[in-house]
Ligand binder design. Structure first.
Ligand SMILES: *[C@@H]1O[C@H](CO)[C@@H](O)[C@H](O)[C@H]1NC(C)=O
Length: 507
């Protein structure tokens, strides 16, 4: 798809007239925003909802959350869903990406019983969007596993793919008549590396160098099961598409040497290749060089077999090609060195297996999140790289955004700068032949930011968490995003005339 070029004439100085090419997003490009169930819904024990791993962790170990907060109420979307859709209409969104809470639909994890109240909540949310022509893009799993399945080992149990398929069937049966864009998992790296191989996400297992790799294998198989289920039993009648969202930050070489380029490649394989390679590569299976490295390290450490499990040939074939699109969550970049900036890591662990150094230049603007800086052309690097590596798949940017501190208010020029730069990168990628079909800004509104609680805000809308009604107020970035969606053009000089948000005609 080619970006349409529109010539516009702008005045420079007093008299000189120059022409500038104004680049447009295609009319059918899906502009949206994204959220996740645990981060916004609240209603943690509403009706017959079951406990999930975030309920369990925040209630039993409140100290792991920076400000001791939790998602019990969050932005209370459970009671505010109509206001959420009103915000989508104010922004003029084409699409809205949100996730389903597994334990709200299946309180015990398995499909007996199915919660009528849970199904009704999502029916209402979806129908309210469709009433106004907003396309729902639904993630089945955004980190909130039913606790009862975690008690059985969660993603490390070889039966996990069957549990996920059972849940997916209930979801397709109930919502597939209206939902045409499915995402099985959000961010396998964060689920497996942070939840199983570390203590930075629920279920804080800290099974370093082992749990993360078991999780990777069964997650990828579970994705493929849900994909094939949709493909074989639902696609012909429901006509939708099913894919996966992987967090792909950019890891480039610190210096342009052979060894730094290889170090960056190993780090990419460990960060997202573990999940992307089995699905999107021609040969299937885990990434080659990283697999060899973990096998070698495991042997040196006295393990009888590699800590990274293998796929059987049959499993490889089952997983390979099992996705209609590549969903990319992208935020930032890091520079990788084979020899510099190397820190000591726990043994065994994924980062010890990788064994490279990481550097972030001081001049890259810093957000409120320690891990998030604004780095030049990082989305473009990611899209071009994935596009070449995996032979031109269809892409969506399913998340991209910028955090500010709670005190930062409504004037968020840093977020605006970040979004404009990212969207310019998206146009560059489309120009270069990348089949990028949509962009979901993270996030529609401030929400519960996992271990950081309410201390980091990603919203186009501010949420007042002190007020029981959780009122939402548009930030300046919301007006800028709205103008981009309306005009399909990034006007770097656009300033909103007022800070009063309204719904335009036709929404
Ligand atoms: C995680 O496990 C490692 C050993 O593998 C240990 O050094 C570290 O302290 C543990 N972290 C926490 C937060 O328990």
């Amino acid at each position: 798809m080619k970006v349409a070029l529109v010539l516009s004439v702008i005045a420079l100085g007093c008299s000189a007239l120059v022409t500038k090419q104004e680049r447009r997003f295609p009319d059918d490009f899906l502009f949206g925003t994204a959220t996740a169930s645990y981060q916004i819904e609240g209603g943690w024990n509403a009706d017959d909802k079951g406990e999930n791993i975030w309920d369990h962790m925040t209630h039993n170990h409140p100290n792991v959350i920076k400000d001791g907060s939790n998602g019990d109420v969050a932005a209370d979307t459970y009671h505010n869903y109509k206001r959420d859709v009103e915000m989508m209409r104010e922004l003029g969104l084409d699409a809205y990406r949100f996730s389903l809470s597994w334990s709200r639909i299946l309180p015990d994890g398995l499909s007996n019983p199915v919660s009528a109240a849970g199904i009704a909540f999502y029916n209402n949310y979806i129908d309210e969007m469709l009433k106004y022509g907003i396309t729902p893009m639904v993630t089945l799993y955004h980190w909130d596993l039913p606790q009862k399945l975690q008690d059985l080992g969660g993603f490390a149990n070889p039966l996990f793919p069957d549990w996920f398929e059972e849940y997916a069937r209930v979801v397709y049966d109930n919502f597939g008549d209206r939902v045409k864009h499915w995402i099985t998992f959000n961010e396998p790296r964060e689920i497996c590396l942070e939840g199983y191989g570390s203590t930075t996400k629920a279920p804080i297992l800290n099974a370093t160098g082992i749990g993360s790799y078991l999780c990777a294998k069964y997650l990828v198989l579970a994705h493929a099961k849900a994909y094939h289920l949709y493909n074989n039993e639902y696609k012909s009648s429901q006509g939708g598409e099913c894919g996966i969202t992987i967090s792909v930050n950019w890891f480039g070489p610190l210096t342009d040497t052979e060894e730094d380029r290889f170090a960056a490649e190993i780090r990419r394989q460990a960060e997202w290749g573990l999940y992307a390679e089995p699905i999107f590569s021609e040969q299937g299976g885990f990434p080659k060089e990283f697999t060899e490295r973990v096998a070698q390290k495991s042997a040196e450490q006295g393990y009888r077999s590699s800590r990274l499990p293998e796929f059987t040939e049959e499993e490889k074939q089952f997983v390979r090609g099992a996705s209609d699109f590549f969903g990319v969550n992208h935020y930032t970049a890091y520079l990788i060195s084979a020899t510099e900036h190397i820190t000591q890591n726990v043994v065994p662990s994924l980062y010890d297996d990788v064994g490279v150094g990481v550097y972030v230049p001081e001049e890259w603007p810093q957000s409120a999140s320690s891990w998030l800086t604004e780095s030049p052309d990082s989305i473009l690097n990611v899209l071009n790289h994935l596009n070449q590596k995996y032979n031109n798949p269809k892409f969506y940017i399913t998340e991209n955004g910028w955090s500010s501190p709670p005190s930062s208010g409504l004037i968020d020029d840093d977020r605006i700068r970040y979004y404009r730069a990212a969207l310019e990168n998206c146009l560059d990628a489309i120009d270069a032949g990348v089949r990028l079909q949509g962009y979901m800004a993270w996030s529609l509104m401030d929400n519960f930011e996992w271990m950081e609680g309410l201390t980091e805000r990603f919203g186009l809308y501010h949420v007042d968490f002190e007020d029981p009604l959780r009122p939402r107020t548009a930030r300046k970035s919301a007006f800028v995003y709205k103008e981009i969606i309306k005009t399909r053009v990034i006007d770097h000089s656009y300033e909103p005339a007022t800070m009063t948000m309204t719904i335009d005609e036709g929404r």
